[in-house]
Design a protein around this ligand. Structure first.
Ligand SMILES: O=C1C[C@@](O)(C(=O)O)C[C@@H](O)[C@@H]1O
Length: 249
């Protein structure tokens, strides 16, 4: 069994843990969502920094403290999703790197780093995270389609070669075959890589991949607080996913 420990939480490829994104655009919204998530008690939270409406002037340390106050024991993943990969951040590579460097100096547990940026940016970001003891989730999002099998497998491998601690691939399926391919390649990547993986096919056609983690080996499945706060298409709500996971596991 492949495992990775983040503080008291053990992630493994047998039973996926559930992460709930915080998508608040303002400090007040973050506080409200964090308090709502506190009552749900998910395994992890993901703070989607790119949802902040005034990211330039945001006080990240202050906002993070608000999350920590509500969720003192819950591991926090920090994510800056760029517009190219389906998020809202559309600034340059240097600004991306500076933000990552700021985030890894704060009390987060894991950081999402998009590997399709220039290599020097990616490797500097990974080193910065590791120098402060933060685990890196290498991340690749394709919102238009599902690349061919070879490309998908190469993405997983690239993340391992870069020194990421977890390799994550998210795609948009155009049909059932794409979803099944993503599952098959995820399973293969999980068998062949030494690091754990996370994968999902987004949208309705891919929804099953959020549940079939014991087949794919994906160690985390993302679920929204409710249908109005999805951080990607096709997410189930936390209550729905937890119920299904409890039944099938
Ligand atoms: O990478 C992921 C997965 C995700 O895109 C999803 O499809 O659930 C949601 C994002 O918030 C997260 O960063």
């Amino acid at each position: 069994m492949k495992t990775i420990k983040v503080h008291d939480l053990t992630l493994n490829d047998q039973v996926a843990k559930i992460a709930v994104p915080i998508t608040g655009g303002t400090t007040a919204e973050i506080k409200e969502q964090a308090s709502q998530i506190n009552s749900m008690a998910p395994d992890l939270v993901e703070w989607r920094i790119d949802f902040l409406v005034e990211l330039q002037s945001a006080n990240l340390a202050f906002d993070l403290k608000i999350i920590r106050d509500q969720l003192p024991m819950t591991p926090i993943i920090a994510t800056i999703r760029t517009s190219h990969e389906g998020g809202h951040f559309d600034q340059d590579d240097q600004t991306y790197l500076q933000l990552i460097q700021t985030l890894v100096s704060l009390p987060i547990d894991l950081i999402d780093i998009e590997v399709d940026r220039p290599r020097s940016i990616v490797t500097t970001a990974i080193s910065a995270a590791h120098s402060t003891g933060i685990e890196v989730i290498g991340s690749y999002h394709q919102f238009q389609n599902t690349p061919d099998d070879h490309t998908l497998l190469a993405k997983f491998n690239q993340m391992q070669q870069l020194g990421c601690d977890i390799a994550k691939v998210a795609v948009m399926p155009n049909d059932a075959t794409d979803t099944l391919r993503l599952m098959q390649i995820s399973n293969q990547a999980n068998q062949t890589l030494s690091i754990p993986i996370i994968s999902m096919a987004m949208g309705k056609t891919g929804m099953l991949t959020r549940i079939s983690t014991m087949l794919t080996g994906s160690i985390i499945s993302f679920a929204s607080t409710d249908q109005h706060h999805q951080s990607a298409p096709g997410q189930l709500s936390f209550a729905q996913l937890r119920t299904i996971m409890q039944i099938i596991n």
